[in-house]
Ligand binder design. Sequence first.
Ligand code: KIV
Length: 274
Amino acid sequence: MEPKVTIRTLREKKARGEKAVMLTAFDAATARWAQEAGVDMILVGDSMGNTVLGYPNTLPVTLEESLSHTAAVRRGSDRCLVVGDMPFLSYQLELHEAVRNAGRYLKECGADGVKLEGGRTMLPLIRRLVEVGIPVMGHIGLLPQSVLKDGGYRIHGRAEEERKALLEDAAALDQAGVFALVLEGVPRELAEEITRNVQATTIGIGAGAGTDGQVQVLADLLGYGGDGYLPRHAKRYVSVHDIAVQAIQAYCSEVRSGEFPDQAHSVSMTPPSR
Ligand code: KIV
């Protein structure tokens, strides 16, 4: 059996120049798929809000929803490093409350760490979490929880001022002790520069190939939700939506024709002979 992936595994991978693979998952079944396929880290992303819970974006996801899905993912994967993604307003209000909420991912769900969005404004919280022993994954660049404030999703860091700010954010979060840093929607040259400058494992999404690892949203990769919007950085490897609809159509038609259930899928008064 493969050994459990830990923060030390990530450090060793970075030192060896080996890529780390992260994928989102949202329940025990999808966590098992990810683990069996060889994923290193599972992010129970708040992207579950718009990909599987039917919300328009990540903002409505509640702490209780996120905790429940994180616990399910942990039940489906004992080897991957599991990270709970703290939802909007579960960590931005008060430090004390944020630490308590973050701790619930470890205590109640068996997660290996938490992720939160934001740069230097998050430093007091990140420092406190690291101090009490809660591993933190940072997230800078395009921040989905700021979609309303930003007026949509866009690339961050092309303008010099933004580029500098992101370099400073990355350095500050690294200093504060994040074990990994998601770089979302940033130019690949900037992602490479940050990756060279920090000790944390950088995980890119829409940030080119020069980061220490990559993350993708499972629903994008599997075509889980049909032909809906696919971000430019995402690659659809299969359409699980189409496969599922075809299978369900076959079931509907067999029920209507009387073909299902046949004798093999029903029982009679006479028990089967051994
Ligand atoms: O929620 C999520 O899936 C994420 C990834 C896009 C990094 O935060």
